[in-house]
Design a protein around this ligand. Structure first.
Ligand code: INS
Ligand code: FE2
Ligand code: FE2
Length: 299
């Protein structure tokens, strides 16, 4: 099982790491000020029916995501011994799922994948590796499907956070961590917990979900996607870090490079969420052509 990406990412990497170009693109990005429900994006307090279900979601996630749970899931799912599936098959599988943690979108997930990828494609027409990253970044949500174990939503979606160290207050609905068994465990409740300063995010266990799972799948399949793509896939839900700047003391130099890309990506991931449906059949040939450049099996 190999993923071959004959996309010249080396070249893209240098061109987009070009500070001047990046500034231009960041400056040119106009974020909508309202989501599809008439609230600002990522407003977890706006009173609505959806707010209540999202909060309920975070309650469960914060109580059950413990250091021990993550270790167990990583081991179990890291063996990738369940199903083999092509990228497009996975996209289609996500047609039946709505992400219960998301206050900004209640469309099937395939819409979100295409909305993200298409938004990136508009602003970065030449960065085909980034289009592909947009398309696959949330594919790990297949964990919700029976063939991948039918995990509950709290073990698949939502913002992620490190386990094994103190939960930062910038986490959404922080208060529910108080019922997490690790909250009062002295091994896990100090600033650095079981880690050391500057140890690198690769050494920090993150709450279990679609980010880390998709990273493991890509890695195990020996992906040739650039490091920036892997960083995006692995940490795009880590809002406490990329939005609030928490936990930065664990980062090493390589993480700082990845973070630059993640911050570009995040705008498209977040602000492309809308009711405007993508014509799947129309864009499918382009994405199939990208997928055909790689050979990924998802298990
Ligand atoms: O609700 C959303 C959703 O689950 C996304 O896929 C994830 O990346 C975000 O971090 C989360 O807030
Ligand atoms: Fe995600
Ligand atoms: Fe996403």
């Amino acid at each position: 099982m190999t993923i071959k990406v004959p996309i010249d990412h080396e070249e893209h990497q240098t061109s987009v790491f070009d500070e001047e170009k990046k500034e231009l693109i960041l400056d040119g990005f106009v974020a909508p000020d309202m989501n599809t429900f008439g609230h600002s994006f990522r407003d977890y307090d706006a009173d609505s029916e959806r707010k209540r279900s999202v909060e309920q979601f975070y309650k469960l996630s914060h109580i059950y995501q413990t250091y021990e749970f993550v270790q167990r899931m990583r081991k179990e799912y890291g063996s990738l011994n369940r199903v083999e599936m092509s990228i497009w098959e996975c996209c289609e599988l996500l047609n039946e799922f709505v992400d219960e943690s998301d206050p900004d979108l209640d469309e099937p997930q395939i819409e979100h994948l295409l909305q993200t990828a298409e938004a990136i494609r508009r602003d970065y027409p030449d960065e085909d590796w980034l289009h592909l990253t947009g398309l696959i970044h949330d594919l790990g949500k297949v964990l919700l499907h029976p063939s991948f174990g039918a995990l509950p939503q709290w073990a698949v979606v939502g913002d992620t956070f490190p386990v094994g160290c103190r939960f930062d207050e910038s986490n959404i609905h922080y208060k529910y961590f108080k019922d997490n068994p690790d909250f009062n465990n002295q091994k896990y409740n100090t600033e650095f917990g079981v880690y050391t300063e500057g140890c690198g995010l690769n050494n920090v266990l993150m709450s279990w979900g679609h980010d880390d799972y998709m990273y493991l799948v890509a890695k195990e399949n020996k992906t040739t996607l650039p490091d920036a793509a892997l960083f995006i896939i692995r940490y795009h839900s880590f809002y406490p870090l990329h939005k609030a700047g928490a936990y930065k003391y664990f980062m090493n130099e390589k993480d700082h490079e990845g973070l630059k890309w993640l911050q570009v990506f995040n705008k498209y991931d977040l602000y492309s969420k809308s009711k405007v449906r993508i014509d799947v059949e129309k864009v499918k040939p382009y994405y199939i052509s990208l997928i055909n450049k790689v050979n990924i099996y998802h298990s």
